[in-house]
Design a protein around this ligand. Structure first.
Ligand code: PLP
Length: 375
């Protein structure tokens, strides 16, 4: 018999999370998560789930009945879009301007489908002209997939224009809104988004581990017209809807009950503030941060026109040791900012202003702390 390990309770410090996510969690959300666990088919819990659904519909600005929170992180939301909608041999136009566009490509390849890549340099938004050329050159394409807010670079793409292009060319749009939901304008129905997913840990300021997902009626039709079964049991939305679809709920998997209390509370906070007010707050905090970063001599990776307010990527100044500087921020200020990812690893810092983290005191602390480590 193995001896029982002797370990103490894990008591994490209260960090200020200003990286690419997870973001600072609302105190009300942490409190909600600590409430007593009930059964996931308990009528009271089921009633709360109905509220989660309507709160998600508000956050996405959609009336889509197929709007759920997957019991898994944002990557599962991405995978759910591809495994449910894309069949082997189908062509998918994939826009790649950072890490997550490349992850979309990998999903397409694993399904035996055919990716057609539209590449843009890191730090730039997806180019609608290049997308239009790809759509014209590939009239047999069935999908256009892109990342709305590319967290690896801080670039915001024009989702409204891209979804309109997809529609004009008979494609369904698959949109990654992991970092955009709650932080910048996103109007799923008005813009004609067909499949969209997000993550709980960014601008929703919830605990990590859940992925809001919504399919338009056209996407649901595509799912229902599949020639082959969805190749993932867990992510098959026709099965998941037995639980989320309203009416009589039946067991699919054991829902992460307390995490869903947390999501309910974070979405309630967003609805209480109002979506447009939340978008504006992110913008306001970004402008204050931007002025301070520029005073410190830091240069942004992304041009002002396509800059995400909630993810500020700046080049690390010459002569500064990336890991040492970030370690000092953590040790001396309890402050986490993100390092670079992919092509920007070791070259840029990513400063998040997401959800509850997009506050004046966070901006002030971050600027003060950076000033001291850059001296
Ligand atoms: N897409 C984007 C744009 C992201 O920023 C992330 C995570 O950072 C993901 C997808 C994957 O989400 P998760 O890490 O929750 O699986």
């Amino acid at each position: 018999m193995l001896a029982a390990p002797q370990v103490s309770a894990f008591l994490p410090p209260r960090r200020i999370l200003m990286g690419p996510g997870p973001s600072d969690v609302y105190p009300e959300v942490l409190a909600a998560q600590a409430r007593p666990t009930v059964g996931h088919l308990d009528p009271l819990f089921v009633g709360m789930m109905d509220e989660v659904k309507s709160l998600l519909q508000y956050a996405f600005q959609t009336a889509n009945p197929m709007t759920v929170a997957l019991s898994a992180p944002g990557s599962a939301g991405m995978e759910a879009c591809f495994v449910n909608l894309v069949e082997p041999g189908e062509k998918v136009i994939v826009c790649r301007n950072g890490v997550f566009g490349e992850r979309m490509r990998q999903n397409v390849v694993r399904l035996g489908a055919v990716p057609v890549l539209v590449d843009s340099p890191w730090g730039q938004p997806v180019d609608p002209d290049a997308v239009e050329s790809a759509l014209k050159a590939n009239p047999d394409a069935r999908f256009l997939a892109f990342v709305h807010a590319e967290t690896s670079t801080g670039a915001l793409s024009d989702a409204k224009t891209l979804c309109a292009l997809a529609k004009r060319h008979g494609c369904l749009s698959i949109v990654d809104a992991v970092t955009s939901l709650g932080g910048v304008e996103l109007r799923v129905d008005e813009w004609g988004v067909d499949a969209v997913y997000s993550g709980s840990q960014k601008c929703l300021s919830c605990v990590p581990g859940l992925s809001p997902l919504s399919f338009s009626p056209a996407a649901v039709d595509k799912l229902q017209a599949r020639q082959s079964p969805v190749p993932s049991w867990f992510l098959d939305q026709t099965l998941v809807m037995a639980y989320w679809g309203g009416g009589k709920r039946s067991y699919h998997h054991t829902a992460p009950v307390n995490a869903l209390y947390a999501l309910h509370e974070s979405l309630r906070q967003l609805a209480g503030e109002g979506l447009e007010a939340a978008w504006q707050r992110h913008r306001d905090m970004h402008l204050i941060l931007r002025d301070g970063l520029e005073k410190l001599g830091l240069k942004f990776v992304v041009d002002a026109a396509a800059r995400l307010p909630q993810l500020n990527a700046v080049y690390i100044p010459e002569g500064i040791d990336d890991a040492a500087a970030r370690n000092r921020l953590l040790q001396e200020y309890n402050l986490e900012i993100g390092g670079g990812l992919g092509d920007l690893a070791g070259k840029a810092w990513r400063i998040g202003l997401m959800g509850y983290g997009a506050r004046r005191e966070n901006v002030a602390l971050c600027l003060k702390a950076l000033e001291s480590v850059l001296k």
